[in-house]
Design a protein around this ligand. Sequence first.
Ligand code: BES
Ligand code: MN
Ligand code: ZN
Length: 510
Amino acid sequence: RIRSVDHLSQAGAFSLQDLPFAPDLAMIDASMSIQITTKTTASSLSRTEFLIVFAKQGSKVRLPKGVVLPANSLDAFKGHAREIRVTDAQRGNAKRVLLVGVGASGDIAEESLRRIAAMVSRQAGQTGSRSASVWIDLPFGRKSAGVGQAIAEGLIMGSYRLSEFKSQAQPAGLKRHVIYAGKEFNEGVRRGYAIGTANLLARRLQDTPANLMRPRDLVREARRLASASPKITCRAHDEKAMARMSMGSLLSVSRGSSEPAYLIHMVYKPTKQPRKKVCLVGKGLTFDSGGISLKPSGKMHEMKYDMSGGAAVLGVFHALAKLNPDVEVHGLVPASENLPDGKANKPGDLVKASNGLTIEVLNTDAEGRLILADALAYAAKKIKPDAMIDLATLTGAVVVALGHELSGVMGNNRDLIDELVASGEATGEGVWALPILDYHKEQMQGSVGDLRNISGPETGAGSCTAGAFLSYFTGDIPWAHLDIAGMAFSKYGGALNSGGATGYGVRLLN
Ligand code: BES
Ligand code: MN
Ligand code: ZN
């Protein structure tokens, strides 16, 4: 099922395992071996270090049998939505108990539950605990599956650690969870498990330093996903294959690097007849120095995260294998480095994309759109999906516009954009629509070539003009572009992560 057309397996090519400081891959996998068991509240509570109990406003707190809290420990605890109380248990199978209020009608937002579960999981893990349990003896009605999903996602996302690269052993984080709740929660827990572990995979790929997460390493990870599921195949086009397909735009970006570029093409095929065919495209710049238009050094190290769109696509595939939707999904990850070199793109160089358009590379740091151009043209010509969505850490301008709470979505199809905004609201991965005007498209017209890869300084709207550039390569396929530059990683962290990669896009697109 794995067709390779590259030279990774040839003698002489060195791999991650050959590096003297390479992490033990088995250990990385172990960091993802998380278990969630579901039981009903009719069963008795097994011994646990941390117990999370949901409490409704106006009703008595319903604890598992045998668990006794100290007198007065619930004084003034009302059960308001997001109200929290931690206490040591006096008796019973739980060491510590965290009460979480859900309001009078259980109207607490799923995102709040997700964040609370993540904070508990993270903090309990830091104290050396290995397991947490959740007790939900409340009716959530139609919302039950969503509640189960949010809690499972939160518990897993909060357990993320990047400890593979430390020489000293680190606290491992919570690995085992038991959720006691009605059966109507279980389907959600199953989804939350699939999506939560997919989020961890994306974050591990993102956080891994760029010398260990090169284009070839993304290829290896994509193949690993394919070999783990009979429903997923993976093909990696190497530079020769891309040259045959005339992908001069993509290939111009990797010319300055000694690491070859790849176009990864994964396919998920459901067992049932697929309802639709969709294509996800993720920018996979494993390091963006800017090239000859070199970036300032201050934050350049953050550009290992310039493959976050690609990481999200791999994460989505990890979840697809478990969720089995009846949709055919294609995943494209153009993977490359962007480095300065004697062979690198120079400002003003002319390149030709596979759809025939010529592009003046006026700024070698606007490289994401150059690799996406050929990937989108490939999707439009060879895959012809019913819809396609690209994710890219494309512009610093989107961080100015929307900050770190929302990604920007643009495209050629109002329905697709609306669906993504709605999915953002439902999943907690926020999305806000930005325009692509004809005016923005005009600003990308070249003087020597058909297009230029940056607009003039007088135009502004850097995220919109970047989207406008991409629109020249999508043919007539319904398409949306997510600019995730402000969402892919975070300096300070939040409830769901402690700084670093976020795995943004995995929840949204699933
Ligand atoms: N990868 C960067 C965008 C980026 C910036 C991602 C900050 C994450 C955080 C992209 O390749 C880039 O360099 N964009 C340029 C475009 C400009 C030259 C038109 C930018 O935003 O400055
Ligand atoms: Mn750049
Ligand atoms: Zn970039």
